[in-house]
Design a protein around this ligand. Structure first.
Ligand code: PLP
Length: 438
């Protein structure tokens, strides 16, 4: 753990700007995934050169304490020695075979130890593939077509998920993106997160037609929104009553909100689970799994087709194994404690400065909104002061703290975010908020 770094002088961003000018000629918006373009906060993204532990450096050699961590996977921090050693050792033997390897079995067993409800699983390469495939299994198993999701929850960019409520709980899906056929979007129903009555009303209105309820058990893609204590148990009960399957999308929450993810933290057993991010330790790995009778429907043991050239890639498996082995319950608790300290520190700063603020965390995942009352749904989140967030984001960045470049994204800590990093972060964010609120 290194000592806190003093606030940075004015950042020189010459190299970043030059590279982004070239990138804009090559990639839509200059990026390979939309939120990286800083549209949520304005301005231009920096181009990263390297990372180590809790820190990253851009191509102009500006240093940042990183609370994005590649959008969640890097629970051990950047360039974690355990991960790099595993990668080095594995790549000496080749990088891809498309034939079973022992590494896949080891990683699957590590997952199942922590998530016993994931009785059988299939590795894929992105969260999008995982959720898309889990939905296919749910539709096949139930013989139903409708999907119920929650407003503000993101489950990757497959057509069926690019839908949210217009307004009100009983709204039939309209596509959020051109290119999604209306006929498909109509199969997606949306409810408000934490609104049990709304879910029940939809299930009644579409009795016998809903294949699955999919939920981010702790929302991270509408900012951080925790479930009410009764919400996930109610989803479990309602799914069972109505013959729909319950899918926990734990791509973000898996191995973050508890060693065994949200299912462990909230004591609710979903039928299917999707995983990603942490299980790849920074390489492209995701998975879907759950009840054996459901997963046995997947090809070749069953008829539900799903495949992938690079699925179970040895380098990706090795990074995942190294990460899960290192992430012991004790380490998880340690990171969770520091996450709580960060959130408590932020609450204190906002209170002293008289800024309406609400913040929360679960394990190593956290979030905050500039709004006085707690946020229970995406609709609540939308009432937060986004302009203040934008100014705060840039004031933080100028002081060497990289927060997610959107008011509607969760933040993450790693094992490398020690007490010194938390103290340095709070000091800088105190100054950033003082600047932003004027
Ligand atoms: N599900 C959740 C909850 C996510 O947060 C994400 C990505 O952020 C996805 C699915 C999609 O994963 P990927 O970006 O790997 O396709």
């Amino acid at each position: 753990m290194s000592a806190p770094v003093d606030a940075l002088p004015t950042r020189d961003t010459t190299q970043s700007r030059a590279l982004m000018a070239r990138a804009r000629e090559l990639f839509p918006g200059g990026v390979n995934s939309p939120v990286r373009a800083f549209r949520g906060v304005g301005g231009e993204p920096f181009v990263v050169a390297r990372g180590l532990g809790a820190r990253i450096w851009d191509v102009d050699d500006n240093e940042y304490l990183d609370y994005v961590l590649s959008w969640g996977p890097l629970v051990l921090g950047h360039a974690a020695p355990a991960v790099l050693d595993a990668l080095r050792e594995t790549m000496e033997r080749g990088t891809s075979f498309g034939i079973p390897t022992g590494l896949e079995i080891t990683l699957a067993e590590l997952v199942r130890e922590r998530m016993p409800h994931v009785e059988m699983l299939r590795f894929v390469s992105s969260g999008t593939e995982a959720t898309m495939s889990a939905l296919r299994v749910a539709r096949a198993a139930t013989g139903r077509d409708l999907l119920l999701k929650f407003d503000g929850c993101y489950h990757g960019h497959a057509d069926s998920f690019l839908v949210r409520a217009g307004s009100g709980v009983a709204t039939l899906g309209l596509p959020d993106s051109p290119g999604v056929p209306a006929a498909l979007a109509e199969l997606t129903l949306t409810a408000r997160f934490n609104d049990v009555d709304g879910v029940e009303a939809l299930l009644r209105a579409h009795a016998g037609r809903v294949a699955a309820i999919i939920v981010e058990p702790v929302v991270g893609n509408a900012g951080f929104i925790a479930p009410d204590p009764t919400f996930l148990p109610a989803l479990r009960r309602l799914s069972t009553e109505h013959g729909a399957l319950l899918i926990f999308d734990e791509v973000m929450t898996g191995f973050r909100v508890a060693p065994g993810g949200a299912a462990e933290r909230y004591g609710v057993r979903p039928d299917l689970t999707t995983l990603g991010k942490v299980i790849g330790g920074g390489l492209p790995v995701a998975a879907y799994g759950g009840r054996r009778d459901l997963m046995a429907r997947v090809a070749p043991s069953g008829p539900v087709y799903q495949a992938g050239t690079l699925s179970g890639n040895p380098l990706a498996m090795a990074a995942g194994i190294a990460t899960l082995r290192a992430l012991t319950p004790a380490l998880h608790d340690d990171i969770a404690r520091r996450t709580r300290a960060l959130v408590e520190g932020l609450r204190g700063i906002a209170a002293r400065q008289g800024v309406p603020f609400t913040a929360d965390s679960a394990g190593s995942m956290f979030g905050f909104f500039f709004r006085a009352e707690p946020v229970r749904s995406f609709r609540d989140a939308l009432t937060a002061d986004v302009e203040l967030f934008r100014r705060f984001f840039h004031a933080a960045l100028a002081r060497g703290v990289y927060l997610a470049p959107s008011a509607f994204e969760a933040g993450f800590l790693s094992a490398a975010h020690g007490d010194a990093e938390i103290a340095a972060t709070l000091e800088r964010l105190d100054a950033a908020l003082a600047e932003a609120r004027h």
